[in-house]
Design a protein around this ligand. Sequence first.
Ligand SMILES: CCCCCCC[C@@H](O)CC(=O)SCCNC(=O)CCNC(=O)[C@H](O)C(C)(C)COP(=O)(O)OP(=O)(O)OC[C@H]1O[C@@H](n2cnc3c(N)ncnc32)[C@H](O)[C@@H]1OP(=O)(O)O
Length: 310
Amino acid sequence: MVGSGNSGIDPELVISHKFPESLHTYTERDAAIYALGVGACTKDAIDDKELKYVYHQDGQEFIQVLPTFSTLFTVGIPSQMEQLPGLLFDPRLLLHGQQYIEVYKPLPSHGCILNKTSIAGLHDKGKAAVLEVEIVSYEKESGERLCMNRLSIYLRGAGGFSKSSQPYSYSSNRSNQSAFPKIPKSQPFAVYEECTHASQALLYRLSGDYNPLHSDPKFAESAGFSRPILHGLCTLGFAVRTIIKCICGGDQNTIKSVSGRFLLHVYPGETLITEMWLEGLRVIYQVKVKERNRAVLFGFVDLDRLSSSL
Ligand SMILES: CCCCCCC[C@@H](O)CC(=O)SCCNC(=O)CCNC(=O)[C@H](O)C(C)(C)COP(=O)(O)OP(=O)(O)OC[C@H]1O[C@@H](n2cnc3c(N)ncnc32)[C@H](O)[C@@H]1OP(=O)(O)O
């Protein structure tokens, strides 16, 4: 094994791994269940900006799809990681660290997706290892590129696989994808408050992330939490849906890219307060949990145009 630490990670073996291409098929029902999982229509079942995600509103032929639905194209990653040569880690200690999404065209309401997956980064943080995985997704039939997801997975306890004087760090990341903006000191352009349900993670998991961290009290306890926590991508889904509602005039197709770093876990049932600042075509956002007054997620969303309603 390469590296001088006592962790079960062989970095050269990990970064040279080639994933096979994979297929992901979904239907309108999956897109609607996802939308409900990230809170669409929770406050108002006839919300005129959100009913289209779950119902054929006004006779529309297809339901509309939230751009963050594309994160589900990556649900196979955790199980692929467990079989990845050179990567030994305790799955109970895995946390979602960051997510970056680029959307190249509106997501169809159903389809078959071809995923090309690669290792995009690996970092030794001493107490943890951070693994970055990139998935580029294509519509199988047309071959058209639909979106790209890059996720950072924070593996607690898996660091220390390289010399602490020169910690291992590899990334194929472009700088615009990893640089997080500072939260402005000015008053936010918009603030939106929304409660998650006590059963939010139980609903969200039906979209395909069945990690017991979000449903099993004993597993959650062994991972260091007093009870099951919310999926990071559920919180991100709430945040981006809020931005579409408050800044994009309800038009989900103005979203070009999304970036988010998970700062702290969220317990289902907690209230999310999303603060948004508009800087040109960039929305900087921060999500806080009201009950604990703590920031849990921050990042930015880049738009391709501003809503005429602003
Ligand atoms: C659908 C497919 C999805 C597949 C994967 C996901 C599966 C899911 O089921 C799992 C989940 O959803 S878990 C729930 C969502 N995530 C969370 O709740 C994590 C919240 N964040 C934390 O707890 C801490 O920030 C924590 C613990 C992450 C870090 O806190 P600390 O240990 O205090 O770290 P710190 O000392 O501040 O920094 C150490 C080094 O690590 C880097 N870092 C910190 N936070 C990071 C993060 N969120 N992501 C990536 N890197 C991060 C720091 O920069 C630092 O590095 P350096 O010293 O080089 O600056």
